[in-house]
Design a protein around this ligand. Structure first.
Ligand code: MG
Ligand code: MG
Length: 250
């Protein structure tokens, strides 16, 4: 069932979203070669809990042990922060985070270059961000979920990149994952109609090579099957009468 949120609920989600945005801004500030993904996780959890009533959404969700998902290079999503994972110069790390406030969630992700990164990697990050912007632009009353996916897919494929199929965006609210699913591919005017009060996590996962995935033995980390680089950007967006409202903007 797709739930519609009241203006009050959307405002609470926007407050949770500002905490999420602040967390990602902090990550962009501190990421550097030599840091571990555990260091990032500790800083993120401390930041979220420094806001009264706020808790990390991921910790305990389906048994996930940490505040962040940190996914490096060929890892697409759901990497588990670890004191053994050191950030290397030239790598990219996708940082995905959710926060809960007053029983409502917000969800956002960004992919950060570690030190200096190669031009082809820069291009992957720029295109994946452009995919997110294109998807959000379609998050309007009267459009369909397929319009979002179609826009994301067009930008990615025009750039020669792959769109991950096995993982998708989602509705979000009192539960972290709600209906509808929001694929990063699709056809215009297909899928559920977008209504005022829907809140969606739109999250393109884009690969330089083939977008087929596999899951590592830790049962969480999803990687590209062909070992190609991948990037991930995400915002939580409300469908409003005035157009898309990004709830996880800084
Ligand atoms: Mg996320
Ligand atoms: Mg999400």
């Amino acid at each position: 069932m797709i739930t519609l949120k009241s203006a009050r609920e959307i405002d609470v989600m926007a407050r949770a979203g500002r905490i999420v945005a602040g967390t990602l801004a902090l990550m962009r500030e501190i990421v550097r070669p030599g840091l571990t993904t555990e260091d990032l996780d500790r800083a993120a959890e401390e930041f979220i809990r420094s806001h009264e009533g706020a808790t990390p959404s991921f910790k305990g969700l389906y048994g996930f042990p940490k505040t962040l998902c940190t996914s490096i290079d060929v890892e697409i999503v759901h990497g588990i922060p670890s004191s053994r994972r050191v950030l290397d110069e030239g790598s990219i790390v996708s940082v995905d985070v959710g926060a809960q406030l007053e029983g409502l969630h917000a969800d956002s992700a960004t992919t950060i270059g570690v030190g200096r990164i190669p031009p082809e990697t820069e291009r992957l990050l720029a295109v994946t961000q452009a995919c997110l912007v294109a998807g959000i632009a379609e998050a309007r009353v009267g459009n369909h979920v397929g319009d979002i996916g179609h826009a994301v897919q067009q930008v990615a494929e025009e750039a020669g990149y792959g769109v991950v199929r096995e993982l998708v965006g989602h509705g979000i609210g009192t539960r972290f994952h709600e209906e509808p699913q929001v694929p990063n591919y699709g056809s215009p005017k297909r899928g559920p109609r977008l209504l005022e009060g829907m809140t969606l996590a739109i999250e393109p996962m884009i690969t330089i090579g083939n977008p087929a995935t596999k899951t590592l033995a830790d049962k969480w980390t999803v990687v590209t099957a062909d070992g190609s680089l991948s990037a991930h950007f995400e915002h939580t967006v409300a469908i409003t009468a005035d157009g898309p409202r990004i709830l996880t903007a800084a």
